[in-house]
Write a protein that binds this ligand. Structure first.
Ligand code: GLN
Ligand code: ZN
Length: 744
């Protein structure tokens, strides 16, 4: 019984890599110093994994920014525009851009919150092993060996690399990156030969793309790539690692037919892998690397479950090794730092360091006659919450016609009503006031005063600008999920639970560990204060159930759908309290609705059904005359247009400026008949849009939506912007709305 993991956090237990990288960018340290920090982080990870007793240890899991970008550099697929730069300057130019060059595109790594840099490939891209024997996987392998540690270099598999790449903009229509397979595989072949020459025993090819739906051509490419790599006369043994879901029996058969020695399967995100294994013969001569410890969530493993998985697998494979379900990149480094956590919650948790120990312990337990691992503690239930949810069932709002009439009568808003998405610029002063309060450097009164002053300033500004529906500006919120998590029972925050999101950016997701309840109102005081300052309607701001789950570590002892309903219930109560405080418009943000969409088509319908149901439950207690808004931001709405309509919010604001309002006709097609606010300008850039271009966008939108249902708003919240550009942009937005309003 051997143990391994597929990868480990690279940022360091105290985000050392983040700070060193940012110092390098700021010119405070040189490349040598950055490299030295990196080497020391790599060395301490390898040493730690060896000392923990793990049998095989991955390398090449370090990255200055992203492993997909590292692959682009390694196979020399650097787009021409960056080639005048060299070394780290070139590398970071691709990742973040320079004053002259925009960066490569960045997007989410499967359904995680990690982001990779999208390779940009052309018909004439010719891969080659840049640096030869100095290529990164070689260098890391040799570096570890110098420390006396034999490692297994981890590579992004050729299929995954090509399927995540996009063609350069001027490519011929029929070109797809997969056309470049043979050239890429030959480059990997050269690397494998060199690694074998250096003494490497194993390599790991990561192919998470096998958890997606693949077509015949892609399955064919899978077989072709690994038959070729498997047939190399001189090479390390190959572990083909899949994760983030189950692979199909067909893919598994194709892999089994190659000379690949080991297959990694994720039994946490893909319980269906057990069936795939049972129906794919040909594994008898292979090793199955069984991902039984969750690499994406923070809970301790369930020994009973591991045991039964292991027993089934032994019937099919030659050897079974225990592993993490995917790289541990997606969990925080060390639970031992969390001294303030409730011990009962802590007892259920394992971060990366603890997961490694768990694997070693699980293996020992499986070997011994007398297993020692304690069963997982049972999560106490809150009978009140459960009874209320049962009684509510599928509560619904009245028909839209009834609601719209009531809202028109109560709110009396103009056509093409103007509003914003919620947050206003978070100035250094606001951040400082929050930080001082959190650290206990200022008392409650001073903090409340500072926040009130900011709210008053934002209200005054919006009145001067002439906006129709105002917001309080969210100065009190550090983060749209954490703010609510901190106030709900059943949620815990960590002190050092950082996880890499992209580059040097790390997030600290809260932990949703038990039944949720709301001890007291969460937003009412701030919102009501804002409303007291103005006769115009102030829109309350809440974060929706799906987004709360997407950006947290969520308990895995019950279906997500059930947990979503508990969040929804707390929001429903908050809406009731906001209404009682005189708030007539409430926005429930769901920017993560698309993000949690399952990778496989077959699973999407079930997800969308519970996501919509949770949103509807959250908003079902609102009076007919209360206008419910929602907000979403991402450019690919394709798969979720009809669920957006199903949410049945009275008004939906969406990101649209960069995609030129493409989405509107589709919304109409699926029967969306409520208010819609397609963002009229891009808030991701400090550029101030002209009134004319906003007018164009509005006239464009009016082709698909009548004026009484069209709203005028930016693409997203303004918190990352500065005040000068925000003020100028909103002034132009209001002017444009007035001009267009006068002509309809
Ligand atoms: N109300 C939030 C804000 O304005 C919405 C943020 C988001 O869409 N991610 O910041
Ligand atoms: Zn947004």
């Amino acid at each position: 019984m051997r143990t391994t993991i597929l990868g480990y956090p690279r940022i360091g237990a105290h985000r050392e890599l983040k700070f060193a990288t940012e110092d390098f960018w700021a010119g405070k340290i040189g490349a040598d110093e950055l490299e030295a920090t990196a080497a020391s982080l790599r060395g301490s990870v390898w040493t730690e994994l060896r000392d923990a007793g793990l049998d095989t240890i991955p390398s090449n899991t370090f990255s200055f920014y992203d492993q997909v970008l590292d692959t682009t550099v390694m196979v020399d697929a650097v787009p021409g525009r960056y080639r005048s730069l060299a070394g780290l300057d070139r590398y970071f130019a691709m990742a973040r851009g320079t004053a002259e060059l925009p960066p490569l595109e960045m997007t989410k790594w499967f359904d995680t919150n990690y982001h990779y840099i999208v390779p940009e490939l052309a018909l004439d891209t010719r891969f080659q092993l840049a640096g030869g024997s100095a290529a990164k996987p070689m260098a890391e392998y040799l570096e570890a060996r110098k420390l006396g540690i034999e490692t297994r270099p981890v590579l992004v598999g050729p299929l995954t690399y090509l399927l995540l790449a996009k063609p350069t903009p001027n490519s011929p229509e029929e070109f797809t990156p997969l056309d470049l397979l043979d050239s890429l595989v030959e480059t990997y072949a050269e690397l494998l030969e060199r690694l074998a020459g250096a003494g490497a025993q194993w390599v790991q090819f990561d192919e998470p793309v096998l958890a997606r739906d693949l077509g015949a051509r892609e399955i064919d490419a899978l077989g072709r790539a690994y038959r070729r790599l498997g047939s190399l006369p001189s090479r390390p043994k190959i572990l083909l690692a899949t994760y983030f879901g189950a692979v199909t029996a067909e893919s598994l058969r194709v892999i089994a037919s190659t000379e690949v020695e080991a297959i990694g399967l994720d039994f946490v995100a893909g319980p269906g892998n057990l069936d795939a294994v049972a129906s794919a013969s040909g594994l008898a001569r292979k090793t199955v690397v069984a991902g039984v410890v969750d690499g994406r969530n923070v809970w301790r493993a369930d020994l009973a479950r591991v045991k039964s998985t292991y027993a089934v697998l032994l019937g099919f494979a030659d050897k079974v090794e225990l592993s993490s379900s995917c790289s541990l990149l997606h969990v925080p480094v060390d639970l031992d730092s969390e001294t303030a956590l409730d011990p009962a919650v802590r007892a259920r948790l394992a971060f990366a360091r603890q997961k490694v120990a768990e694997l070693v312990g699980l293996a020992a337990d499986l070997r011994s006659e007398d297993p020692s691992a304690a069963p997982l503690p049972v999560v106490p239930a809150d009978p009140d919450v459960r009874a209320r949810l049962e009684a509510l069932g599928d509560a619904q709002r009245a028909d839209r016609a009834v609601r719209f009439a009531a809202q028109r009568a109560k709110l009396g808003l103009p056509e093409l009503a103007t509003t914003t998405i919620g947050s206003f610029p978070q100035t250094a002063q606001i951040r400082k006031a929050r930080a001082d309060h959190k650290a206990g450097r200022t008392d409650e009164n001073a903090y409340v005063e500072a926040m009130r002053a900011e709210i008053a300033r934002v209200i005054k500004l919006q009145e001067e600008l002439g906006l129709d529906v105002l917001v309080h500006g969210e100065p009190e919120r550090n983060d749209m999920v954490q703010y609510f998590a901190e106030q709900l029972d059943g949620y815990a925050a960590t002190d050092y639970g950082w996880v890499q999101s992209y580059g040097s950016r790390c997030v600290r997701p809260p932990i949703l560990h038990g039944d949720l309840s709301r001890p007291k109102p969460m937003t009412v005081e701030w919102t009501a204060y804002a409303q007291s300052l103005t006769p115009k309607p102030v829109k309350g701001m809440l974060t929706g159930p799906v987004t709360m789950l997407a950006w947290s570590f969520v308990r895995d002892d019950q279906p997500l759908a059930q947990t979503a309903r508990q969040v929804a219930l707390a929001l429903r109560d908050e809406i009731t309290d906001l209404e009682a405080a005189g708030i007539g418009i409430i926005q429930v943000d769901e920017p993560a609705l698309r993000e949690l969409l399952p990778l496989r088509k077959a699973d999407q319908e079930v997800y969308l059904a519970w996501a919509v149901r949770a949103f509807r439950l959250a908003t079902s207690g609102a009076a007919d005359s209360t206008q419910i808004h929602t907000h979403m931001c991402y450019s690919e709405f394709g798969e979720i247009i009809s669920p957006i309509a199903d949410l049945d919010a009275d008004v939906t604001s969406v990101e649209a400026a960069r995609s030129h309002m493409e989405l509107l006709p589709y919304l109409t097609e699926v029967g969306y008949a409520n208010g819609i606010g397609p963002g009229v300008y891009d808030i991701h850039s400090p550029r101030v849009p002209t009134a004319e271009e906003i007018e164009d966008n509005l006239r464009n939108a009016l082709q698909a939506v009548p004026a009484d249902r069209l709203w005028v708003n930016p693409d997203c919240g303004l918190k990352t912007r500065g005040y000068p550009e925000t003020q100028a942009a909103l002034a132009n937005m209001v002017a444009a709305a007035r001009t267009v309003r006068a002509t309809v």
